[in-house]
Design a protein around this ligand. Structure first.
Ligand code: FPP
Length: 248
């Protein structure tokens, strides 16, 4: 059963984006502004993740995809990478029960095999525990890069052509989409980026073709449920034309 509490928020439940994707940026700057170690910013950022996951579930969003760790993030100082992995593991352990109880299914997109073994094990446990849930799909983009995702899809299709399983002409939008990490998910209708940078940063390049973009100057640790609802309201007021002319 999906919740239908969008009404309490002033949102129109019939015009919610089915899939919201978020580039969570600004943890480091949040910490620097307070003369704190960057890791403190990530810790506070993890609290925001909890709040946004809860809010999305309550509002009735079907798919929420969070950019938690990019392939480029491996190049950060070892200490910071290790702190992010620890935070991720802690998040999975602390949220497993809540996800199970709230009908949230966890999915990972990215090169999960590059993650430390203990994080992979924690992910496998939560995915196993939540695999049959159908209330909201929470996807964590981990060791994720959209170009690598597209290249892997191309390689997989090229192998099928080489084996004679498909003809090159059979490769369509749908078939290609089905070979991405995001196979089976609707395209994100709304992409939010925090901390004021107008960049896509190699996130979901194929899937965001028609997404509405929303950039907020708020740093991710300061992002709130209220601001999230405000962005969803803004989305509901936008006219989406998909390259066509206005209906009126
Ligand atoms: C960007 O901030 C954020 C990240 C690199 C990772 C996002 C991680 C979290 C929100 C915390 C842990 C995640 C989960 C799922 C529990 P930045 O460091 O690039 O900030 P800056 O641009 O200000 O330096």
């Amino acid at each position: 059963m999906k919740s239908d509490s969008a009404g309490n928020t002033g949102l129109n439940p019939s015009r919610l984006p089915a899939h919201v994707a978020v580039i969570m940026d600004g943890n480091g700057r949040w910490a620097q502004k307070r003369m704190l170690n960057r890791i403190k910013g990530h810790e506070k950022g993890a609290d925001t993740v909890r709040a946004v996951v809860r809010a999305s579930r309550e509002i009735g969003i079907d798919f929420l995809t969070l950019y938690a760790f990019s392939t480029e993030n491996w190049q950060r100082p070892k200490m910071e990478v290790s702190a992010l992995m620890t935070l991720l593991k802690r998040f999975l352990e602390s949220e497993q029960q809540e996800m199970a109880e709230n009908n949230i299914r966890l999915r990972v997109i990215g090169q999960a095999d590059r993650l430390p073994k203990d994080v992979q094990d924690a992910l496998a446990r939560v995915m196993e525990a939540t695999g049959r849930n159908d209330g909201m799909c929470l996807s964590l983009a981990l060791s994720y890069g959209a170009r690598a995702e597209i290249v892997e899809a191309a390689q997989s299709l090229a192998r099928q052509v080489k084996n004679g399983d498909i003809q090159p002409d059979e490769i369509s939008d749908e078939l290609f989409s089905g070979h991405l990490y995001t196979a089976g998910m609707p395209d994100p209708e709304l992409l939010i980026r925090t901390s004021g940078e107008f960049r896509i940063s190699n996130f979901l390049l194929w899937k965001i073709a028609y997404a509405e973009l929303f950039v907020t100057p708020t740093l991710w640790p300061d992002f709130t449920r209220e601001e999230f609802i405000g962005i969803l309201k803004d989305f509901q007021n936008r006219e989406r034309r998909f390259g066509r002319v206005s209906a009126s």
